[in-house]
Every structure is written in structure tokens, then in C-alpha cells.
Unconditional design. Sequence first.
Length: 346
Amino acid sequence: MAPSSLDKALHLHRSGRLKEAERLYLQVLKASPAHEDARRLLAVLKHQSGRSSEALADLDRLLASRPLFPEALANRGVVLAALGRADEAEAAFRQALELVPGFPDAVLQLARLLLAQERLDEVGRLLARAPQDWPVEKAALAHKLGAFDQAEAILRRALEARPDDAKLLEALVPVLTALGRHQEAIGTARAALALAPSQPALRHNLALALLGSGHLEEGWAEYAHRWDSPHFPSHQRPLKGPRWDGKADISSRSILVWREQGVGDEISFASALPDLIERAGRVVVECSSKLVPLFARSFPRALVRAEERGQVEGALETDFQMPIGDLFSIFRPRLERFTGQAYLSA
């Protein structure tokens, strides 16, 4: 019973029918509680369903009983990376590679992790030893190195053989955007979305192409999906309070603005903080510790403090909250709203 049920569950899983697949995995485990593949695949499904903490606990239990399980170690690395625990994720991928040198899943995921950390020399060495030709990852490396023409050439060659490959088209979008070919990037993103509507990174890449071409309102609407992208460098803060979308009257209310992405992004988005301060009764800004003195001088009517990473959950001390990257969708919906007015005090 177990093997045929497992095969059916795996087929449903790969087809995106996750609830049906989960029921079958549970049936397999009811009959064979120690079935390692079913336990591992169920953990993968939980992660894909947004239950990453639960998936990690399942994988940890599985690895406690079978420590030398390369597939489970690679899966654990993916979950840890999604939870923002990059060092532990890297260790898991390298453990899998110690067990099976050149293990494709571990090489691929480690390359993506290193790319996100800008460790480009290491990515190059890793991909040079890779047992498969991975155009998406090799193009991503070329892109990071600023070799945009090379990145496009890699992807175009792959697309000749697989013109309807949504992942290849998705990878091409940021390359075309970097080359300044925004309309082509938008068309490519829409073609990829038609093939794979649920690809989360595509919406983020489409947003950047739309913003680069000056289609701000549509671009900011798509930019709201940035959190769904596995490549986005920040994670949403699980604050228990309403997110402000610009509609509610906050003239006598308080709002927390929390940081996202890098210091440069924080500085750019902060140009809209004066608009928010005028609109709100009280504004609390949490930013990188490096920016606290600058922002405190520049926005004296706001309470400015460093974000405390260990205290990101729980009840909200303000009436509303929002990430700083949402400011532009509310206060900069059109090009003419970018005034160029100075907003930082040296």
C-alpha cells in the first residue's frame, strides 16, 4: 500500500494539489509511521504551505533518527534559509555535500544562498564544479557581476531549446531591466506569469520593471508582492497590529514604520517620511542602528530608534504599523510626487 500511495501523493504534490497530497502522505504515515521519504516530503509540503517552523521541527526529528540523510539535510537548508537563518542553512547544504559530493539539490541551493550574500567568487567556483548546466544560476552570477549582456546570452541560448520555460523567462526579466529595456522586461514577465501564475518572484521582478519604466501606480501595486519572493532580502515582521494602507485617518493615531532591505533602501524610502509625519498624530521609526543619528536629526517630530531584531513579535504599541517600503505606494504614486526636496539633515 505505502509505495503506491506515496507515488500518488508525490504526483499530487508536484501538481500543486497540496491539500490532497498532504492527506495521502498522512495515510502513508498512519500505515508506516517511520517511512522516511513520506516524513521528508510531508515536511517539504508544509514549508511550501507556509508552515516553515513546523516543517523544520519535522525535519529535525527525522534527522535525529537518520543523521546521514542528504535529501533531508538539503530540505532543512531550504527551510532555514526561508526563516532567515542563513548560517545554519549553509551548514546544512555543506553537510549534504560532504555526504554526496556534487549533490545537485544541495549545490543549487547553496549557490542561491551565496548569491544572495554577494559571495560571488564562491558561487563561481561552486557552479564550475556543478554536475549540471544551470543557466538560471549562471545567468544570476553574471548579473551580479554586472555582465548583463553575458547573462542575457546564457538565458537566450537556453530559451532556444525551452522557449516556454517560465523559470528561464523569469530569470530574464531582471536582466532586461538592468539593461534598461523595461518594456521588453514587462512583456517577458507577463509571458512568464501566463505560464506560471503562482511564481512569487515574478511579481516582484515585474514590479521593478514597471517602476523602472515610470508606470508607478501599477508598479507599486505589484511591489506589494515583494514579500512572497524567496529572493527578497527581508522578511515581514509578524507584528500583531493593523497594517496602514493610506486609507484610514491617522491624524490622531500613532504608527510604527519598520525597516526593510538595506541601508540605501531605507534612506531612499525615508524621503516620504515627512509626508507621513504630517498625516499622523505620532510616528515611530525603527531603522538600522547606523541611521538612528541621521534620522533623529532629520525627522525631529518622530521617535527614531534602532530595530531590535529579537523583539519583532507581539502586541503593537502603536495603532498602526507598516514597512518603510510601503511609503512610496501611498505618497509617491506618480512621478510628479517626487519633488527632489531635501529631507536629510547632515
